[in-house]
Design a binder for this molecule. Structure first.
Ligand SMILES: *[C@@H]1O[C@H](CO)[C@@H](O)[C@H](O)[C@H]1NC(C)=O
Ligand SMILES: *[C@@H]1O[C@H](CO)[C@@H](O)[C@H](O)[C@H]1NC(C)=O
Ligand SMILES: *[C@@H]1O[C@H](CO)[C@@H](O)[C@H](O)[C@H]1NC(C)=O
Ligand SMILES: *[C@@H]1O[C@H](CO)[C@@H](O)[C@H](O)[C@H]1NC(C)=O
Ligand SMILES: *[C@@H]1O[C@H](CO)[C@@H](O)[C@H](O)[C@H]1NC(C)=O
Ligand SMILES: [Zn+2]
Length: 503
């Protein structure tokens, strides 16, 4: 066993066996490779002709011929400060932060529907580091890039899990410290016996492809609204090695099994915690207040009392355990007053940048434990039946998690879903930009940032109380949204969580 988890009494263990049974089942693979119907022109496989009765059309999204737009005529590029190098035929990314991203877009001003391709696969040809997140991004409800949030919610997969490995490739993907398949009680992805002696293509790769890597991801693995999709993106980088993208497209089929792809099996979809950017309840508005300085806590409490509103605090566990901060007493009092207190990691790292899953898990487990121990926020640790079946189920009150720095990659989403039953990962659509302005000569720009995002339709805010001016602005923020006729409430209430307290 790689972690130490708290021991629980045998009686409790028995009671808790049932919820874990789910994780004991070895689920079948979603898909197995089948007949190839489509391939791209540069590949020189000698394979049977496609079956004409199954000729769905592929969609070439990007072959990187142009530095500014993709093959569909829409923008591709980075919204963050990611260094890029373009030459006709490829785009090289030099990431050094998991927040950086590269998007290749469908129409941004209209709702682009992927329904005609929804049974297909996202096929990506690239070279280099394979430790990143691939996302399909939903557009916002208005299909308007001027509204907040933009883009909307993504769903994501881990590139390294979908790679078509070649005979000469390594069996071990060198990913984190264990591999999903062994955790599910299944051997590591084997050379499939039936394919072992398949020499249809002579066992050789085309020389030009020797260092290129291909991904095939079923579009069904991206659980978003396929009626309004805005882009495919690459993000969540946690190593500094460059990545060169050659091709992004939808194809109707994965390649026919052959000696050059004999390790390839589509993995199962791993659950990804639900990402939240907006409140769903009509006319609601929520403040998610993150870490703060203890000396401004009472000021925040006074404002909330006087304005008579309830909010959600996302508390960093190390701060709660440090008695000198008085945070445990403060948050206990806030909970008595009807506020929600939720998870915000143990030590506040950019979690997706952590090199191993153990470190991500440790942040999650320590924060759950601390909220349980210090604030009695309900959660139950499941019994360690076997190391790989070990999960922790957390009651609904402890399933709200705010990612430090708003950094969300697929590993964080998958690990949270592993430990917390149906986690809500709470990002935001209103950013007061206290991190940008509060210690400058123009702190009032936080008011402008808040009014701007609210005017764009944002209704879930992020702020901290690290500075007395920012803490004081809380009153202005609340009065502004009240003036618009919105009802201020906790995040769980604004998401219409049936387990949240009545309004
Ligand atoms: C962007 O990154 C480059 C290279 O890392 C750096 O020199 C530059 O200052 C950054 N710009 C911003 C706005 O962060
Ligand atoms: C593959 O070929 C080897 C040697 O020719 C043979 O011993 C083995 O049984 C074959 N395996 C399969 C799965 O056909
Ligand atoms: C600690 O927090 C409690 C609850 O808010 C408060 O009553 C108390 O005055 C605080 N103590 C200090 C030393 O700030
Ligand atoms: C979460 O919020 C941060 C900060 O605004 C942003 O950089 C990030 O892209 C958001 N993540 C998602 C998945 O929307
Ligand atoms: C602003 O300054 C205060 C006091 O030095 C500090 O605690 C806080 O972290 C700073 N805020 C930001 C966003 O850097
Ligand atoms: Zn924070």
């Amino acid at each position: 066993m790689r972690h130490s988890f708290p021991l629980i009494t045998p009686v409790l263990a028995l009671i808790l066996i049932l919820p874990t049974a789910r994780s004991l089942f070895i689920r079948p693979f979603d898909q197995r490779p089948y007949e190839q119907q489509h391939w791209f022109e540069t590949r020189q496989d000698t394979l049977p002709d496609p079956d004409p009765s199954k000729s769905a059309t592929s969609l070439i999204i990007d072959t990187f011929q142009n530095p500014l737009h993709n093959d569909l005529g829409f923008w591709h590029g980075t919204g963050e400060n990611l260094t890029l190098h373009h030459e006709p035929g490829f785009m090289r990314l030099f990431p050094n932060d998991p927040d950086q991203n590269f998007h290749t877009q469908f129409n941004t001003h209209e709702c682009f529907s992927l329904i005609p391709w929804e049974d297909q696969y996202l096929h990506v040809v690239f070279e280099g580091n394979e430790e990143f997140t691939v996302s399909l991004n939903e557009h916002n409800a208005e299909c308007n890039p001027a509204r907040s949030p933009f883009p909307g919610v993504p769903d994501s997969v881990q590139a390294s899990r979908y790679i078509m490995r070649t005979r000469s490739g390594s069996l071990d993907n060198g990913d984190d410290d264990w591999d999903d398949s062994s955790k599910l009680g299944r051997p590591k992805m084997p050379v499939k016996d039936g394919f072992k002696n398949d020499t249809r293509d002579g066992g050789h790769q085309h020389p030009a492809w020797a260092t290129r890597t291909e991904l095939f991801i079923p579009l069904s693995h991206f659980r978003i609204n396929k009626n309004r999709v805005v882009s495919v993106s690459f993000t969540g980088f946690y190593t500094d090695e460059p990545i060169t993208l050659y091709r992004v497209e939808f194809v109707p089929h994965v390649p026919h099994p052959s000696a050059s792809n004999n390790y390839f099996t589509i993995p199962e979809k791993l659950p990804t915690g639900k990402l939240i950017l907006r409140c769903s309840r009509p006319n609601s508005f929520a403040f998610g207040i993150d870490d703060g300085q203890p000396q401004y806590a009472q000021q925040v409490m006074r404002i909330l009392d006087e304005e008579n509103v309830r909010v959600t605090f996302f508390a960093v566990a190390t701060g709660l355990r440090d008695r000198s901060t008085n945070f445990t007493n403060f948050y206990r009092e806030m909970m008595r007053k009807g506020h929600q207190v939720a998870l915000h990691s143990n030590t506040h790292p950019k979690m997706e940048s952590l090199p191993t899953l153990h470190e991500i898990d440790d942040e999650i487990v320590q924060s759950i434990r601390t909220l349980r121990d210090q604030l009695n926020i309900g959660c139950t640790f499941n019994p360690p039946i076997t190391a790989w079946a070990l999960t922790l189920t957390v009651s609904s009150t402890a399933r709200y998690f705010r990612p430090p720095f708003g950094t969300v990659g697929v590993r964080l989403r998958q690990r949270l879903a592993q430990y917390i039953d149906d986690p809500y990962i709470v990002n935001w659509s209103v950013d007061v930009e206290d991190w940008l302005w509060e210690n400058t000569t123009t702190p009032e720009r936080q008011l402008g940032a808040f009014y701007r995002d609210v005017a764009r339709g944002g209704n879930l805010a992020v702020m901290h109380y690290l500075n007395p001016i920012t803490a004081g602005y809380l009153r202005h923020f609340i009065r502004h949204v009240k003036g618009l006729g919105l009802n201020v409430m906790r995040v769980d209430q604004c998401l219409e969580d049936p387990n949240s307290p009545a309004l």
